[in-house]
Structures are given as C-alpha cells and as structure tokens.
Design a protein around this ligand. Sequence first.
Ligand code: FE
Length: 165
Amino acid sequence: MKKIIFLFALLISTLTMSAQQNSEKPYTYKQYGNTYMVSIKNHTDLAESIMTFCKDMNITAGSITGIGAINEATLRCYDPKSKKYDDKTFKEQMEVANLTGNVSEMNGETYIHLHCVLGKTDYTALAGHLLSARLNGAGEIVITTFDSPMERYHDEETGLNMYKF
Ligand code: FE
C-alpha cells in the first residue's frame, strides 16, 4: 500500500512539475509532421520566443513565417559600405503583416534570421530586419523544419553571416 501511495505522489509531483515548465514557456505549439504551429505568449519578445522555441525543439534548419500584433519593435538596416547596422526602435501598436525568416546554426549555436513588414494604424508600413518586438496581441508562427542542419560562416567580404553550402 505504501508503495502505491509513493508512486501516486511521484506521479502527481511529476505532472505538477511538467505543467509548471509548460506554463513558464513563452509559447504553446502543435506539431503537424515537419511543421510546427506556434502561438507566442502575449507581452513576450517575438524574436526571443522564436529563438527559445527553436532551441527547445533542437531545430537546426528550417523556414519561419508568421503574423501577429506588437507595440514595440527594433528594426535594423545593413550598410554594405560601412558593414554596420543602423538600428531603430518604433514604439506604437502595429500589425505584423508578415514575418519571414529562417533558422540555421552558426558555431554550434541556434541562429535566427528574421525580416518583417509592420503595418501602422494609419495603414502605412515599416519594414526591415527584425531584431526584437514586444508582442501585444497574438503571435502566430509557422516553422517548417528541414531534415539536415544548415550552417553559416562569417563572410569577410560582405561582413555578413552567409550559408556554408
Ligand atoms: Fe537580415
């Protein structure tokens, strides 16, 4: 009898721990074959949450698309002459009209590359390389995984991290 009570207590504590872990994650998801439908939790950082998801799922190669709503975003634009980025933060409610990107690896680390088009409330749009964005509404992301890793290296000529094929 004692053994049964012990096993029951162990089961309850395991279930509680796993529920706590899931509630701490910045996303929920459902898998459809090699594709994940990911719902990012409100008020989290969109780019960071996608990175966390890819790391948790050990995704080393894939494509990313998405839509959602945010109230702050930092975009960047690359200057090929200076080989430097110009970053700019926009603090207003915007629709993520399109998020497009990919996941790969660089030096053994997960590498996310995201671009986006953001729709403002006056129906004009901003676009650029997405560095970070605070979700304020839904964040619906589709990640399709590839069956072998995709690696990058730093290219001195362009100053960019290119695919190593
Ligand atoms: Fe980019």
